[in-house]
Design a protein around this ligand. Sequence first.
Ligand code: FO1
Length: 308
Amino acid sequence: MKVVTLVGGVGGAKLAYGLSRIVPPDDLTIIVNTADDFWHYGLRICPDLDTITYTLSGLVDPVNGWGLAEDTTQMLEALRRYGEDAWFRLGDRDLATHLIRSERLRNGERLTTVTAHLTAKLGILPAILPMTDETVATKVMTREQGELDFQTYFVRHRWQPVVTALRFDGLEQAKLTSEGRRALQQADIILIGPSNPWLSIDPILSLPGVRALLATLSIPRVAISPIVGGKAIKGPAAKLMAELGFSVSASEVASHYGELINGFVLDQVDYGQYVPQKQVLTCETVMNSEQDKVQLAETVLRWIKGWK
Ligand code: FO1
């Protein structure tokens, strides 16, 4: 059973971790949002790729859900000595990832092969694929500050400005990688992780040809809601939905994906929500422990395998 999962940051990483414990590595492909990526002090930072990589390798900071566990901040302190704001918290050990990646990208390597190198060195067996090798950058139009780069909105302003619109710069020139395309074409199951639909999953789905490709695949295409009991498990999904004029509910997430999905997983606290024209699984979706992650992956895959 070949499983492809589309994911963003922390929520998606937890599902990917659960899947990696139960799906043979050759049968699992993780396609990751790269529209959060940016250049910072000459370094190429790919937060979602790194969150997935650190989570699967067991190195992730368990408190933040991103960055490396027990990392230190001496570099940031040194930056501040020069009067720098140092608003983006790059840990000292985390820097190694960005140094290697930036050097290799500058030498003309694709982000796909750089990521394969980094993940292999950390002992990760499933394929972790950036959605594209080209640059796509989320731009956030806000009421207070006009248009902001994604990390400026998300980290510097702690996602407090009111969002009026989103756009993905560079999307028209970007393409899904050949590896990602092949994985989707050979997939038996596609799972959209409990990541932010607007910020993390839409950039992947909006790459030229991706929605059309998914529509040709007569296989289970299932999304897991990141909205539980009218709240986001983590991050700005609920606030953003309200600001963009949507009701904040799991069923609204299902209708956002529309016909791209034919199955939807919502949390047991949302039991009974109206999700038309899809197979629906209601179960515990909040992943705190390692066991929760494996259990959600197992429950969802078992349910899908039972589809008629
Ligand atoms: N998120 C924060 O909220 N504050 C940070 O200072 C921060 C630093 C950071 C450094 C490396 C990295 O890989 C991720 C980092 N993140 C930080 C997380 C990340 O920027 C966001 O969670 C994602 O872009 C949203 O998915």
